[in-house]
Write a protein that binds this ligand. Structure first.
Ligand code: AMP
Ligand code: ZN
Length: 112
């Protein structure tokens, strides 16, 4: 499958990995939008949150727990933001489900 994040997951395309386990990996975003900007992706190809099924319940929960753990590891004790852009209007540009973990500066609301 011609998917950038699948290629990163199998090591075909390099990335600065900060975490990996049996079901997911986390790496630095190539265009960071904050001092800490990590992407957390499942190893399995799932195009977006719009495609998730009941069978992914545990995996999705796991991704959130990994985000919280990485926030601790990155010392984001003042707070952080987790974002999952979905579809065209959601601003998704890579069609492999991913969480953005952003921190190290104050975030704004509403987002752009
Ligand atoms: P989204 O726009 O929510 O689909 O997020 C995709 C993210 O992937 C963007 O923040 C990009 O900067 C990031 N990105 C694209 N290519 C790479 C890459 N080769 N390595 C790391 N991050 C990437
Ligand atoms: Zn993929």
């Amino acid at each position: 499958m011609d998917c950038l994040f699948c290629k990163i997951a199998v090591g075909e395309i390099p990335a600065t990995k900060v975490y990996e386990d049996a079901s997911c990996i986390a790496f630095s975003d190539i265009h960071p939008q904050a001092p800490v900007h990590l992407l957390i992706i499942p190893r399995q190809h799932i195009a977006s949150l719009d495609e998730v099924r009941e069978t992914y319940r545990e995996l999705l929960g796991h991704l959130m727990l990994v985000a919280a753990e990485l926030a601790k590891q990155q010392k984001l004790s003042k707070g952080f933001r987790v974002v999952m852009n979905t579809g065209v209007d959601g601003g998704q540009t890579v069609n492999h489900l991913h969480l953005h973990l952003l921190g190290g500066r104050a975030m704004h609301w509403p987002p752009g």
